[in-house]
Ligand binder design. Structure first.
Ligand code: NI
Length: 225
């Protein structure tokens, strides 16, 4: 399941992000890749512990915590500090799956969800699509600056070679309370249907109360905290 989250950042915020990133020191992106993905990867990143990454990452984490779609679709348990990458002309990232286990300092966590937050207007570059393989085939994603996509970290994905301009983005992983993509998709479907139903018949309708109870009890059954 791919979820498009529009306008996580406003145009002004994207401008602020880009100004901070302009001044940052970019390094070879292979430092965060596993052995297989390092072979396929060709991009630039801001080091994980750079002040710019921490400062902008904190803004993203704050927004995510208040974003209904991210919370409902991802059921996040913890979010890895956001990282920043850039694909200049000729750069891309071949097909790979992200590492399952990551460390943030001493904290070890499982990557269930991958995210890309786009920071460049699509008109400013050619190529650079994020291509995710899902159950329905290949999904090509190229979003307005400030929008993000959330997809299962278990998916094979790639970034097409940029043929003009430069594609800047933030990317990050989250561990979900519900590890299994299929279960998470069902819970999201149920959450959306309950909200639609509640808008029609009221939050206190016995069916809404019952379905809401079932939703929470499924999280209790499948989730970890
Ligand atoms: Ni990846």
């Amino acid at each position: 399941m791919l979820i498009h989250i529009p306008a996580l950042l406003s145009a002004d915020e994207v401008g602020h992000f880009r100004a901070v990133l302009e001044a940052a020191a970019w390094t070879d992106g292979r430092v965060t890749a596993g052995a297989q993905s390092a072979m396929a990867k060709n991009n630039l990143q801001i080091p994980e512990d750079a002040a710019e990454a921490r400062q902008l990452g904190a803004i993203i984490l704050d927004k995510l915590g208040r974003n209904e779609a991210f919370v409902a679709a991802g059921l996040p348990l913890r979010v890895f500090p956001p990282l920043f990458n850039r694909y200049d002309e000729g750069m891309g990232f071949g097909a790979h799956v992200d590492n399952t286990i990551r460390f943030s300092g001493p904290v070890r966590f499982r990557t269930d969800l991958s995210s890309t937050l786009f920071l460049t207007d699509p008109a400013d570059y050619d190529g650079g699509e994020l291509v995710v393989m899902d159950t329905y085939g290949e999904q090509k994603v190229k979003l307005p600056a400030g929008d993000m996509v959330l997809y299962p970290a278990s998916s094979v994905h790639r970034v097409e070679t940029v043929t003009r301009g430069s594609r800047w983005a933030s990317f990050f992983w989250a561990q979900s309370m519900v590890a299994d993509d299929g279960r998470r998709a069902l819970l999201y479907q149920m959450d959306q249907a309950i909200q639609t139903l509640a808008a029609q018949v009221g939050l206190d309708h016995p069916s809404v109360v019952s379905l809401t109870g079932a939703y929470h009890n499924l999280i209790r059954m499948w989730g970890e905290t």
